[in-house]
Design a protein around this ligand. Structure first.
Ligand SMILES: [Fe+2]
Ligand SMILES: [Fe+2]
Length: 248
């Protein structure tokens, strides 16, 4: 996107060689696209190796990346705007910072990682850095999106009728997660994510991510070593977004 600074290309360890990118196996599975491991391995030579480290086609991340660096330098445009708009909606509605940060993070795995099971991945990615309640709410929002709660101001999203067809029924594990969430003391935290979620797909709304710097500072424990380098159980997930094309 235009507001992402492009960082200068710097030397990298594999300079002088062609570097092949092998697509992730999960992205080809079931699509009819061939798994490229074998054909790419057959093309390998001393001058043609596999990508490891910084890919010059991507903006370079700082050495100790923070949350907003991932927003600016890695996330897809849709996720970038969607998360900022959701958080701003929650803020404008007068909710406390807990809800605002939950909205800001709720679909974070869609940005540059994985869409499938996004509530669970998103919760796991941020769990070491936020309160238990926020991670819980993010995990359960995936299920709650399929179930209306009119008393909270949430109807079944019309977008889901378009995405999945009007006759789509969520699988049993999602129905089970919905029942668990309903009975939980943090239900409304997760429900409010869904409330501010559904109105947040407008184009042409420009929000400066810096407006959330203070809220992030108070509700997201940024590791001094940077996301990806703090030795946390999820550091590898952040590193995967820094170097998404590493062969191994
Ligand atoms: Fe979501
Ligand atoms: Fe969302």
């Amino acid at each position: 996107m235009d507001d992402k600074p492009i960082q200068p290309e710097e030397p990298f360890p594999q300079q002088g060689r062609e570097r092949m990118i092998c697509p992730q196996p999960i992205s080809a599975l079931g699509t009819g696209e061939p798994n490229m491991e074998k054909p790419l391995l057959a093309r390998m030579s001393p001058e043609r190796v596999f990508m490891m480290g910084d890919n010059p086609a991507l903006p370079r991340m700082p050495k100790a990346p923070k949350l907003l660096d991932f927003f600016r330098l890695r996330f897809s445009q849709i996720t970038y705007h969607h998360l900022l708009q959701s958080a701003k909606n929650a803020l404008d509605a007068g909710h406390d910072e807990r809800i605002v940060i939950a909205c800001l993070l709720h679909d974070i795995s869609n940005g540059a990682f994985l869409r499938t099971e996004h509530g669970y991945w998103s919760a796991q990615m941020v769990a070491p850095y936020v309160s238990e309640e926020i991670a819980w709410a993010i995990q359960y929002h995936q299920a709650l999106r399929y179930f209306a709660d009119e008393s909270a101001g949430f109807e079944y999203p019309d977008s889901y009728n378009h995405f999945f067809g009007a006759d789509y029924e969520p699988p049993e594990y999602i129905q089970q997660a919905h029942r668990e969430a309903r009975a939980h003391r943090w239900y409304m935290t997760s429900r409010l994510i869904t409330v501010h979620d559904q109105y947040s797909f407008q184009d042409n709304v420009v929000i400066d991510p810096e407006m959330f710097t203070d809220i992030i500072g108070r509700n997201f424990r940024q590791p001094r070593a940077g996301l990806g380098f703090d030795g946390s159980p999820v550091a590898h997930m952040w590193r995967t977004m820094i170097w998404p094309n590493n062969f191994l």
